[in-house]
Structures are given as structure tokens and as C-alpha cells.
Design a protein around this ligand. Sequence first.
Ligand code: GUN
Length: 282
Amino acid sequence: MQVLNGKELALKKRAVLAEKTAALIKEQGIRPCLVVVLVGENPASQVYVRNKEKAAVEAGFESRILRYPADLSEDKLLSLLDELNQDTSVHGILVQLPLPAQIREDLVLEAIDPAKDVDGFHPFNVGRLWTGDPLRVPSTPAGIMALLEEYGINPAGKKAVVIGRSNIVGKPMAEMLLAADATVTIAHSKTENLAQLASDADILVVAIGRGHFVGPDFVKEGAVVIDVGMNRNDEGKLIGDVDFEAVKNKAAFLTPVPGGVGPMTIAMLLEQTFQAAADTKD
Ligand code: GUN
């Protein structure tokens, strides 16, 4: 089994991006600027946002985190997004999810200028992805595609099973694999005979959000297994959706947690932001 080292590839991509950013600043006078909006104090979100900021600064970007209390009104958030849309010094806007219950997520995502929507969650960007002409794309599945490419894994003609149907990962992942000519099945928590279905996959992507949910019975001999899970076990340790130790002798390629998909998500977010900044020059 070969480990798909997302940490290593992410660092490589970020180093390339830092060079491209220096050139964009020098030649065009444009410094990519990412604004992350964080509402409330979800502990996992705080960690994600800090990691995004650190990576953005290291790439030479301007990074702003706007923190608001959990009782922020929907109207206030929408008017803030309006200001950020109009601010030409801002290239990427990311509203960290989940949002508090009083704020409607769909309204918020639709309020972001699609060109600045570096998460790729606006319905415009979702549509552009599904029609095969993507503008901004979700970072996690984009990071997985980059990881497959790095290791010479071509999805064309392969059977791919995606477990999970979220707008953030499962659905865009399925589309990207389809665009790469895989035959794709989207499975989820209600799928019957899930292990049997998964064990037919050449490429298995697991984003179901349950620690060590996938064991050897889900994995075909020689499969590529991608673990999007970020769960805490009883000891507070970060674990994936895949039981790495239990499937490592069956899979041909496997992503670790941590150090697999997570770091790639951040690298791709920075790439999206760089692109949004570079797009403003024409
Ligand atoms: N929460 C969990 N993952 C994500 C993500 O990729 N983007 C945003 N905005 N929020 C998230």
C-alpha cells in the first residue's frame, strides 16, 4: 500500500503559490486578499480558520478574519457580505460553516459574489461545475483530484463510489470524478448493502463523518481509498472515517488522517483565492 501524502503535496503547492504570489504582487501590484467570516465559537471552526489564516499569510496573501458573536443577525451578515463584495481589495470571501440557527445558510451563500466565492458553494458556481465549465470549485474535492493526479491515478473508466452526499464534499466530488470519466455512484447513510457496494469500487471516497466507519469489508483488494473524515475519538484524538490499520493491507493507495485530505483542502482554498485575485487583472 502506498500512502497518499497530502501534507507533502500541500506544502509543495503552497511553495509554488508563494512564488506566483510574489510575482503577482511585483508585476501587477495585486496582493491576494482572503477574508474569512467566523460567526460564533464552534471549536472545530476556530481551528480550521486559524489554519487557513496561517497558510494564507505564509503564501504572501493578505488575510483577514472577521469574528462575530453567535447572536449576529442574518441582516447584519448579509450587509457585511455586500460591503465585502464591493471592496475591490478583497478577492476571496469565505463564510465558515456551520452558521448559528438564526442565519439561513442558503441566503448567505447566495449573497457572496460568485467571482469571490472561493469555497465554490454559490449556486452559480455549483451550476458551472455541473455543466463542465467551473469557475470557483469546492476545495476538498479539488484537493482530492489533485492528490489522485500527483500519484498518477487516472479515474477514467474506473468505478468510483463516494460515500456522503453533502454540498461541501460528496456532491462536488462525484461531479469531479464524473468529469474525469469515472463511473460514479453516490452512496450515503441510507444506502442498503453499503459495504457490498463500496467493495466494488476502484476508487472509494469516504465522507460520512463517522469515526472508523469503513473497515476491510468495504474495500476491494487494490482499491484507492480516500478518507475525508475528521472525527474525535473518546480520547479526543483525530481519527478518519476509515480504519487505516484495518484496511492498509487491502488498499493499494490510502490517505492518512491527519496528513491526507485536510492539508490539501487548505492548499486548494489558497489556489482559488490566488485565481480570484489574478482574474481581477483582466
Ligand atoms: N466547514 C467545514 N468545511 C468547510 C469548508 O470547506 N468551507 C466552509 N466555509 N466551511 C466549512
